[in-house]
Design a protein around this ligand. Structure first.
Ligand code: DC
Length: 220
């Protein structure tokens, strides 16, 4: 049977950076489930659907064929055959993903794909509901978090490096709003699995946090 490591937590806690390091160290496949929700959001935006239009999201989401592949060790998300990696990290897509990921049909479709991938390979998977819903039998479950201020600062620096113009205040407000939506939705809200180990990365370096998770994986 394949091994599974689940990493959940809010945006900006360092999940993807740390999950990638762990995957590299253990020679596992890294699966970024947020990227799948983002690809779905891009599909809906391209179809002119607004985030609040549940009926249209329901009707259209089945038409999105989302798959993932790997190029030079990096996950590539394909939307109806097109590599959309370069288009899913905008604030517009982030906002849509936060709304559309609440939709039960969107979740059912993507959870199925995630479970299928994990049944074939040793995986480190990150998201919001991995330990609680997608891989409840994962051998290692981590809930990675950090203070809102630290997460906003990280996001601000990441966007500024790409030439973004949002202010720190705007980003912090956006993070609070998204956390609230992710944590209070009816289906698979972001919450710590009972058997997850909490790691607060507010005052940790990436390497310190990765080492902490790798120690938990000692038995694998
Ligand atoms: O981790 P991220 O910021 O790339 O995720 C994008 C959005 O998708 C975010 O609003 C939360 C949602 N998401 C989710 O609901 N479940 C997951 N397993 C992963 C992401």
């Amino acid at each position: 049977m394949s091994h599974k490591i689940a990493i959940d937590g809010p945006a900006g806690a360092g999940k993807s950076t740390i999950a990638k390091k762990i995957a590299e160290k253990l020679n596992y496949i890294y699966i970024d489930t947020g990227a799948m929700y983002r690809a779905m959001a891009l599909f809906l935006l391209r179809n002119g659907i607004c985030p609040e239009d549940t009926a249209k999201i329901n009707a259209k989401c089945e038409e999105a064929d989302i798959t993932i592949g790997y190029e030079q060790g990096e996950q590539v998300v394909f939307l109806n055959g097109e590599n959309v990696n370069g288009m899913i990290r905008t604030e517009e897509v982030s906002r849509m993903a936060s709304h559309s990921s609440v939709n039960p049909r969107v979740r059912a479709k993507l959870v199925r794909l995630q479970q299928e991938l994990a049944s074939r390979e040793n995986v480190v998977m990150d998201g919001r509901d991995i330990g609680t819903c997608v891989l409840p039998d994962a051998e290692v479950k981590v809930y990675l978090t950090a203070s809102t201020a630290v997460r906003a600062k990280r996001r601000f620096e990441e966007l500024a490096a790409k030439g973004g113009t949002c202010s720190l205040e705007e980003i912090e407000a956006d993070i609070r709003e998204r956390d609230h939506r992710d944590m209070t939705r009816d289906i698979s809200p972001l919450k710590q699995a009972e058997d997850a180990v909490v790691i607060d990365t507010s005052s940790m370096t990436v390497q310190e946090a990765a080492d902490a998770v790798i120690r938990l994986c000692g038995g694998l």
